[in-house]
Design a protein around this ligand. Structure first.
Ligand code: PLP
Length: 456
């Protein structure tokens, strides 16, 4: 959708809302659909090819309006998470349609998904320890719990451990910045020997600094054997697993208890939208289930509840922190249908290709070096030389305001990160960005050369 169409559609949407308000008196205040009504009204998979905006909007009237805010909100969310799960080729255990124990939910952010996973794992472990040792207090068990994540993991994992009041240890990575089974296994054994209870491991697929991938296919069996909840944070890179060529990086997800990706990072969905799947939804809902009088209703357990005379979804209330929930699944529905799976794959492939182009430009310049393998849309690079030189380059880049780079540290070295992330980024933007970077770096190197010349 270009700007002109967006303008037109936006105005039409205002009319849609105004019509709704004008006619609201003629509508029921409580929907008269049966729980589960929505799934049979839409396909069970995302379309391969794009559909028109008109088609989607027509379906809003046909499918969503009879279910009002809820149960339509929670039912569409459940089905969209199945669509996305199938696009990612997740094991059936994670899907709702199989009527198993798993399913998906939309959290606001990846940080919340990790926190939910950690808190659920905490409760599960406390209950498990108390089963074999009923005298042991919850406080005593929690004080002995220990979580693990990569030294390269996003800071939100450590934050989750702070909120959850548990100790966390950072696991060292190999030469590819990946956590390996042997390292985790050794740490778990050490901690068990000193009385700790290992209970949670957050693996990362696509680390924030350099988009590295933990070896979940070898880490998963260890977590399963040790009763450690494995959560996979694939906030950015996970979106690319809808392309078959990237899907092998997700091999091992079958060992995970929970998994999350952010469609708002790399799948054209507006912020906020973090998709989270769990293999046993009861692990999550048991941790957060509350049962006050005002949430009781005739469809108890079916996905509905009656709160202040408005239908809400009990189903999703117990899957996270908030009770009232935004209708985020509409964003997924619109994006999946208007791009189609093939359109989304093409978008991801284009970004990866543009990143490869940038990588080649860097490799072709002897003043620069690439600092980590380029797998998706992120290129870690630096000027050969000191951290100070690279910091000076970044300062100049930021000062001129044409492009914006967020740095990181890799093995103690200051590194620049170039990420392709715009919806409308084209080859010329990459070429212009590189030209800009090399012009600034040439000035910088020349000044350094002149300065050193004077000193000598
Ligand atoms: N996990 C990873 C791997 C990330 O790269 C990021 C953000 O860049 C996050 C988590 C945090 O995401 P959110 O802002 O959705 O909490």
């Amino acid at each position: 959708m270009d700007a002109a169409e967006f303008r037109r559609r936006g105005k039409e949407m205002v009319d849609f809302v105004a019509d709704y308000q004008e006619n609201i008196e003629h509508r029921r205040v409580y929907p008269d659909v049966e729980p589960g009504y929505l799934r049979s009204m839409i396909p069970s998979e995302a379309p391969l090819e794009p559909e028109s905006y008109e088609d989607v909007l027509r379906d809003v009237d046909r499918v969503i309006m009879p279910g009002a805010a809820n149960p339509a909100c929670s039912e569409l969310e459940t089905v969209m998470l199945d669509w996305l799960g199938k696009m990612l080729q997740l094991p059936e255990d994670f899907l709702s349609e199989t009527q198993g124990q798993g399913g998906g939910v939309i959290q606001g952010t990846a940080s919340e998904a990790t926190l939910m996973a950690l808190l659920s794992a905490r409760l599960k472990t406390v209950k498990c320890v108390q089963e074999s040792d009923p005298q042991r207090s919850e406080a005593d068990i929690i004080s002995k719990l220990i979580a693990y994540t990569s030294e390269e993991a996003h800071s939100s994992v450590e934050k989750a451990s702070i909120i959850g009041g548990v100790v966390i240890r950072m696991v060292p990575t190999d030469e590819h910045f990946s956590v390996r089974a042997e390292t985790l296994e050794k740490m778990v054994a050490e901690d068990k020997a000193t009385g700790y209870i290992p209970f949670f491991f957050c693996a990362t697929l696509g680390t924030t600094p350099c988009c590295a991938f933990d070896k979940i296919d070898e880490l998963g069996p260890i977590c399963n054997a040790e009763n450690i909840w494995m959560h996979i944070d694939a906030a950015y890179a996970g979106c690319a697993f809808i392309c078959p060529e990237f899907r092998p990086l997700l091999n091992g997800v079958e060992f995970a208890d929970s998994f999350s990706i952010n469609p708002n990072k790399f799948l054209l969905v507006g912020f906020d939208c973090s998709a989270m799947w769990v293999k046993k939804s009861a692990d999550l809902t048991r941790a957060f289930q509350m049962d006050p009088e005002y949430l009781k209703h005739e469809h108890q357990g079916s996905g509905w509840c009656n709160h202040l005379h408005q239908p809400y979804s009990t189903h999703k209330i117990h899957w996270g922190i908030p009770m009232a929930r935004r209708f985020r699944s509409l964003k997924l529905w619109f994006v999946f249908r208007m791009y189609g799976l093939r359109g989304l794959q093409a978008f991801i492939r284009k970004h990866v290709e543009l990143a490869k182009t940038f990588e080649n430009l860097v490799r072709g310049d002897n003043n620069f070096e690439i600092c980590a393998e380029v797998v998706m849309g992120l290129v870690c690079f630096r000027l050969k030389g000191s951290d100070e030189l690279n910091k000076a380059l970044l300062k100049q880049i930021t000062r001129t305001g044409k492009i914006y780079l967020v740095p990181c540290k890799l093995r103690g070295r200051f590194v620049l990160r170039f990420v392709v992330c715009g919806r409308t980024t084209e080859l010329r933007h990459i070429q212009e960005a590189w030209k800009h970077i090399t012009e600034l770096s040439s000035e910088l190197l020349q000044n350094l050369f002149d300065h050193e010349g004077k000193e000598n």
